[in-house]
Every structure is written in C-alpha cells, then in structure tokens.
Design a protein around this ligand. Structure first.
Ligand SMILES: [Zn+2]
Length: 157
C-alpha cells in the first residue's frame, strides 16, 4: 500500500511537470502567435516611454508589459471608443498613469489572452464582433463578444 501510494504520488508529480511544460509551451506559442500585435504595441509604447514613461512587467496569470506616462494618458483619453483606463495591444498593455485596479488589470489580461489565441487575426475579429453587435442594434464596444468575455473574466478574479 505504502509503495503504491508513493508511486501514484510520483505519477502525479510527473503529470504536474508535463502540465507545466505544456502550459509553458502554450504560453510561448501564444507569445509567438501574438508577436505581430505585440510589435505594434511596442511601437505604440515607444513615444510613451520616451516622454516620462514607465513600464512594468506582469508575469501571471498572463505575461504582459505595462506602459504608462503622459502620452499613454493622452492616447487613452482619445480612444475611438471613448475614454479608456487601459488598452491591450498583443502582450503590451497601455495603462493610465494612476495605475490599474486588479479588476481592470484582469480585464486587460483577458484581452492579452484573446490576442494570444487569435494572433494576427485578433484586430479583424474584434472589429467584426463590433460590427456584428452594431448590426443587431447593440453597442459596438459594450456588446462586443470579446468585451463581454473580458468582463466575465473580471468577475472570476
Ligand atoms: Zn476591454
């Protein structure tokens, strides 16, 4: 009995390592897949960082680079969907200078994961989802399925 339970414990441990490897691989593939978006995000982050900007890194649950500064505030205030607290572009999150609440960070990290899933197609499917909402007489932002999913993620935090 003692040996058996020991064995099953070891098996579990190995599964744990395998799972960690697979999820690490998934994260790496997601980063690669979202890379064109992230590069665009970095391009947007450059003027922010050059003018009294700051950056910080979030590792879990989703790796992301957060940038803020006066230029970020300006960009967020002039967002086409109206004033925003934050905006995710690939693995880059542009955030308000005051920082983000855990809830908003969770929301933005959900968008980072969406970008990792959809890769280069994400901006197109996002816009299509806004068009779909508008076609059905709904709000292009609020009823966008990606926004609905990100709001759902907020509540699970
Ligand atoms: Zn959102």
């Amino acid at each position: 009995m003692g040996i058996r339970s020991h064995k099953s414990h070891r098996g579990k441990g190995r599964n744990g390592i395998l799972w960690r490897l697979l999820s690490g691989l998934g994260t790496a593939l997601g980063i690669l897949w979202a890379l064109p978006l992230t590069l665009f995000g970095i391009l947007m982050a450059l003027p922010i960082l050059l003018w009294r900007g700051r950056m910080r890194m979030v590792r879990t649950p989703t790796p992301a680079l957060l940038v803020s500064g006066p230029v970020a505030d300006y960009m967020l205030e002039h967002h086409p969907f109206g004033s925003m607290c934050a905006m995710a572009i690939g693995h880059v999150v542009i955030e308000e200078r005051n920082g983000l609440t855990l809830r908003i960070l969770t929301h933005e990290l959900a968008h980072v994961r969406q970008a990792a899933q959809w890769g280069i197609f994400f901006p197109f499917v996002y816009i299509a989802a806004s068009g779909w909402a508008r076609m059905h007489g709904q709000d292009a932002y609020w009823h966008n399925i990606f926004e609905v999913a990100a709001r759902k993620a907020e509540k699970h935090n």
